[in-house]
Design a protein around this ligand. Sequence first.
Ligand code: AMP
Ligand code: MG
Length: 349
Amino acid sequence: METKVIKLDYASPDPKLLGEAGAVLRRGGLVAFPTETVYGLGGDALNPQASRKIYEAKGRPSDNPLIVHIARKRDVYEIARDISPQGEKLMEAFWPGPLTLIFQKKDRVPPETTGGLSTVAVRMPRDPIAAAFIQASGGFVAAPSANVSGRPSTTTADHVLEDLKGRIEMILDGGQAVIGLESTIVDVSVETPVILRPGVITREMLEAVVGEISVDPALIQPDSDKKPKAPGMKYRHYAPRAELTIVEGSPEAVVREINRLTEKWEAQGEKVGILAAYESADKYPRGLVKGVGSRRQEAEIATHLYQVLREFDETEVTRIYSESFADARIGAAIMNRLLKAAGHRVIQV
Ligand code: AMP
Ligand code: MG
């Protein structure tokens, strides 16, 4: 299959091109599209065949449910039922935006889309190209991140092409995704809302709207035998090809340890990559150093993280050492993805 790439202008996306993309979905095909978080791999959420194709194109395990994307708030009532007052408040506060909510599903949503669960994940993206594309596709677009399962999510159309060329009909190119990390997921199908995946909408922001909420214990203690409530969180994810290790400790100790390890492995003929904040990037005389953003601008680190992980895949490095980042606010989402990419390999210094 040939994958067509269509460039769209944010100021005035061509309705004819959007119509063409929408027609692919109405016929049961797949189109990758930009959102403010990462690129999504879209198919008609109400068509079980389309959902099966999504799993196939990504190589994704079929027990890992898809998020249904909508373009108008009122459409949530077509696919979800028993929406709680907290669910209503969170939609009011954060939609459109990078927040996915879990509700009990209506029968219209086929089990293929929800990995057999009785609940459905719903998000209304803020990105205007995403919204126009969803509208042109019939209103309900199932879309996981547009990457091959296990690799870092995609934040540009080029990354999507790298992973999915020949496997999908079309890619809508809207430039770089501004947030760069997947949406926050909150389960509101239970009495006290639970964060299933951290994102740029932080716990503090959610609690300011609905009061106390909890965090899926499997996220806090990844080594425990607790099963994460978002099935996707149990898989190794976001991972570069080289072995990634996070080094944690005071800034000086981290720099010293990464320099020591780099020297040690280089002496044995290995090539070492280093993922660092801009503030410390020039403190590593050896290794291939990539700056990911400034510690004073966590959002910038989020935007570039997956791109930097992918860049390492284009080099010869066999090991990557990463500095760790503050574990609060957006930092919690950054560390969650980094830890998963590292398979939870952490060195404390
Ligand atoms: P992705 O689209 O790649 O960001 O992955 C979607 C994430 O949403 C995965 O971690 C899924 O496990 C999670 N998810 C989707 N639907 C549900 C659901 N009904 N209940 C819990 N988690 C879900
Ligand atoms: Mg994903």
